[in-house]
Design a protein around this ligand. Structure first.
Ligand SMILES: *[C@@H]1O[C@H](CO)[C@@H](O)[C@H](O)[C@H]1NC(C)=O
Ligand SMILES: *[C@@H]1O[C@H](CO)[C@@H](O)[C@H](O)[C@H]1NC(C)=O
Length: 240
């Protein structure tokens, strides 16, 4: 069976594409004298952000995540520390669609039909919602396809927070432009590549993510797939 979350995301993405098309038409019509709404600042090509994640409304727990976004090298890494967990979980996402989610004992490989979000992923199709103070910062707020709500500091243009439709809230605690992680940290361990007990998702799942699992099931932390699905092109959704 395809994971229900992925199906949900695909359905949402399909609806959202239509919504985005409608809103961009509206923008063209409204033309007039009003100044254009602010546009989100593209992400730097490389950054490190420490992110406090509140999953109270979705998975019921808290996480600290070190996010390393590395567009030139086609990769994105979430180093996820669940509250009071013995060890962190690595979620290494490659631009070819493959993600490795692993700890010292387990590994899950997921193949997505989309690559990484480009630095300007929010610019296209984002709807401006106005200004709001959040986490003590005066922010511009945009939503993309009612899927993510994105808060950017009015003065510094740094991201402050983003929320996903399922209630997951991420607060940016530090934002280090140019911050990179050494190459050795990106390498998935050997136990991601043993070929025993590999199962591949059925045809329904293939449209969303061709899933390859082995060993003990790591609880999939969905942030990576959220960011991937925020970038699912309309053609992929239509094919599903
Ligand atoms: C997490 O989010 C929930 C729901 O919005 C909120 O009630 C709670 O105070 C938050 N917890 C922390 C530690 O931010
Ligand atoms: C994508 O790239 C990663 C890292 O180089 C590699 O391990 C993986 O096998 C590649 N996936 C595909 C489908 O080529």
């Amino acid at each position: 069976m395809p994971p229900p979350l992925l199906l949900l995301l695909l359905l949402l993405a399909a609806g959202a594409t239509a919504a985005a098309a409608t809103s961009s038409n509206n923008n063209k019509i409204s033309g007039g004298g009003a100044p254009p709404p602010p546009t989100p600042t593209p992400w730097p090509e490389q950054f490190h952000a420490a992110i406090f994640t509140n999953l109270t409304e979705s998975a019921g727990r808290l996480q600290l995540i070190d996010l390393y976004y590395d567009w030139p090298k086609g990769r994105n890494l979430n180093l996820i520390r669940n509250q009071l967990a013995a060890e962190p979980i690595y979620d290494v996402e490659w631009n070819n669609g493959t993600s490795y989610i692993f700890d010292s004992a387990s590994c899950r490989t997921i193949r997505f039909p989309v690559g990484l979000l480009p630095p300007d992923w929010l610019v296209d199709g984002a709807v401006y919602l106005g200004r709001e103070s959040t986490d003590g910062f005066d922010c511009h707020v945009w939503t993309k396809v009612d899927f993510v709500w994105y808060y950017e500091d009015v003065v510094t243009h740094r991201p402050v927070r983003w929320n996903f439709f399922n209630g997951m809230q991420q607060h940016v605690m530090s934002f280090d432009v140019g911050g990179v992680l050494e190459d050795s940290q990106w390498q998935a361990p050997a136990h991601c590549f043993s070929d025993k007990e590999v199962t591949t998702g059925n045809s329904g799942a293939t449209a969303a993510a061709d899933r390859v699992e082995e060993g003990e099931d790591i609880k999939l932390d969905v942030m990576g797939s959220f960011l991937r699905f925020a970038g699912v092109p309309a053609t992929t959704v239509a094919a599903a």
